[in-house]
Design a protein around this ligand. Sequence first.
Ligand SMILES: [Zn+2]
Length: 219
Amino acid sequence: MRQVRRVLPAAIGAIAWGITLCAGVVTALPCEAQTTEADRVADGNALLASRQLAIPVEGVTLAALRDTFSECRGGRRHEAIDIAAPRGAKVFAADDGRVVKLFTSVPGGLTIYQFDPQGRLAYYYAHLDRYADGLREGMALKRCDLLGYVGASGNASTGSPHLHFAVFRLGPEQQWWEGTPLNPYPALVGAASAASAAGGPTGSPSAQPPLHQGSNTCR
Ligand SMILES: [Zn+2]
């Protein structure tokens, strides 16, 4: 019994610590670091809201999206959204910019890192089945350009193909592997509302608009 009493508070402490991590509440950082992080999130969210993101998967409407950014996965916050789609569905660029890195990792499988045109935001597409033909690092992208195809590579379960889509606010070093995570879901909702209010993209009638009329889904 005495042993149980000693172990129990430690176990509760460990659980509480895990919950704290998942909730994203960082208590150990000094005040200066907290301010910087909060500033980066606020600044990043403002940038993201201005980008008019397209939903990056073929055939997926706003109604089908789920905000899974804050869900707990394997003891840490997801910090991305998962967009479920059949294997082989097209994955489109959510924004203009360029391909910065084509990378294969154990968790992400076949992945793409894209920067926005100013190199302030990074878009991360993971669990791809394959890349689009001709996709290469350094390539300039327009919103809705074909990047690849939905799959279940990396640690995604085989029966649940999906696109893991994450956004980061890049630091001044513009390193593709690090940044402040931002939730893309509110930006996708905002872009859909803006497109709906505007009645759809405008432009030369001869040019094929990349988005469906009145929405932020790619053609
Ligand atoms: Zn995911």
